[in-house]
Design a protein around this ligand. Structure first.
Ligand code: ARG
Length: 461
């Protein structure tokens, strides 16, 4: 049994292929809960406004409650031959309640119904993503605190640039994920308005109470314009966009972890529980989880593009194209949810090889800026100090020496302002300690960043 909702005007059924093409039940059935809750609020409002009798209202709510319970405990299975989840619930309700079931759709269209369902679903999913992001930031902060003074080379252009601490580097990611929480919250705020009562597009002649349904479903209010109510999918775009950026951040982080795991870096080692081997090369330990995360960022970006492209040519109001929103947003959510669930423990169990980081920092003249700054301290203009240090570095590369093992004579070939205290100035530990400007790499500054992030997270609760 799967009577179409629109029988009456039609003299023959939809062809099988058109029916398969048109159906959305295989991906919208995951919104069964939201669909039923939305219908319960609608039924309660229809009864409160005397559009249907109190008795019918009660029967409808009870029937919907039963369906929900039975779906949840597995007693009732979703009939996959129905067109969509809305048809299934209404069909099941009518099978149980007869004419009373047929009254549920008074003053409602599937256009406002589906818009409510999706908003309710995304609202929950946004909360889940925010919770997972908080967990990840917690892991980052713990690691950053543990490696607050662990020196590593900081890079620009993937060339060794200046000494930083691993804690400082990690906290950069904490900032990205903190902004991601903000973006997800913003998206959640804007999606949290109720389109129910928009009807097909023009509203309804029945004396409905939109504020009542909006309040019952926990929305901040009813959306203002009924045409916008059924045709707005901005909230899907914002949701997918926030996820695309989270996945982009996870992907950058993954890329670094992949590099750090390589024999070329050896800065970290992933726990065996988060690494894979090779079928042929017995020595291999591969960072597949990080690679997959980097790869899956592509899906998230793709879904965002899918949504924008789907929307860009649509005339108002509802068009069936909009059915395509669901697979994109649900795939984005599933992707980021899985990625965050595996990324946090992978990071938490990652071993950090501080000795290798320190060794890498000793090569590559990453204290050259400090050498130039030293000359500035002796009164030389920065541009001249830069030039003298550049020439010194070129000379030392020729001799196979570092700034640490160059003699004072070597230094003085390029500027007579150099003195014994230059060795203090270019000592990597000192270079890091002296960078105390706001947001900089000195351990006390990194501690301040950690404190800021922790306070911000607390304020979120
Ligand atoms: N499955 C449809 C969707 O996802 C539900 C709305 C159908 N509305 C309509 N007028 N055909 O968009």
């Amino acid at each position: 049994m799967n009577d179409k909702l629109w029988t009456g005007r039609f003299s023959k059924p939809l062809s099988d292929t058109a029916n398969d093409y048109n159906a959305s039940i295989h991906f919208d059935s995951r919104m069964y809960r939201q669909d039923i809750i939305g219908s319960m609020a609608h039924a309660a409002m229809l009864s409160a406004t005397h559009i249907i009798s109190e008795e019918d209202g009660e029967k409808l709510i009870q029937g919907l409650e039963e369906i929900l319970r039975e779906l949840e405990n597995g007693q009732l299975l979703i009939d996959e031959t129905c067109e969509d989840i809305h048809s299934f619930v209404e069909q099941e309700l009518t099978r149980r309640l007869g004419d009373t079931g047929r009254r549920l759709h008074t003053a409602r269209s599937r256009n406002d119904q589906v818009a409510v369902d999706v908003r309710l679903a995304l609202r929950d999913e946004a909360d889940q993503v925010i919770a997972l992001l908080k967990e990840l930031i917690g892991v980052i902060v713990d690691k950053a605190r543990a490696y607050e003074s662990a020196i590593m080379p900081g890079y620009t252009h993937l060339q060794r640039a200046q000494p930083i601490t691993f804690g400082h580097h990690l906290m950069a990611y904490a900032m990205m994920f903190l902004r991601d929480i903000g973006r997800m919250k913003d998206a959640r705020g804007r999606m949290n308005v109720c389109p129910l009562g928009s009807g097909a597009l023009a509203g309804t002649t029945f004396p409905i109470d939109r504020t009542m349904t909006a309040g019952a479903l926990g929305f901040s209010g009813a959306c203002v314009n009924s045409i916008d109510g059924v045709s707005d999918r901005d909230f899907c775009v914002e949701f997918a966009s926030a996820i695309a950026l989270i996945m982009t951040h996870l992907s950058r982080f993954s890329e670094e972890i992949i590099l750090w795991c390589s024999w070329e870096f050896r800065f970290v080692e992933l726990d065996d529980a988060y690494s894979t081997g090779s079928s042929i090369m017995p020595q291999k330990k591969n960072p597949d989880i990080a690679e997959l995360t980097r790869g899956k960022a592509g899906r998230a970006v793709g879904n965002l593009v899918t949504l924008l492209t789907m929307l860009k040519g649509l005339p108002l109001a509802y068009n069936k194209d909009m059915q395509e929103d669901k697979e994109a947003i649900f795939d984005s959510f599933d992707t980021v949810e899985m990625a965050l669930r595996v990324f946090s423990p992978m990071l938490a169990t990652m071993r950090v090889k501080t000795d290798n980081m320190r060794k890498a920092a000793a090569m590559g003249f990453i204290n050259a800026t400090d050498c130039a700054d030293y000359l500035v301290g002796k009164g030389l203009p920065f541009r001249s100090a830069y030039k003298a240090t550049g020439a010194l570095v070129a000379y030392l590369i020729e001799c196979g020496k570092t700034l640490e093992d160059a003699s004072l004579e070597d230094y003085r070939r390029f500027c007579d302002l150099f003195d014994e205290d230059v060795y203090e100035a270019i000592n990597l530990e000192n270079c890091v300690k002296k960078r105390t400007s706001l947001g900089a790499t000195a351990p006390e500054e990194v501690a301040r960043q950690i404190h800021y992030v922790e306070l911000t997270l607390k304020a979120e609760e």
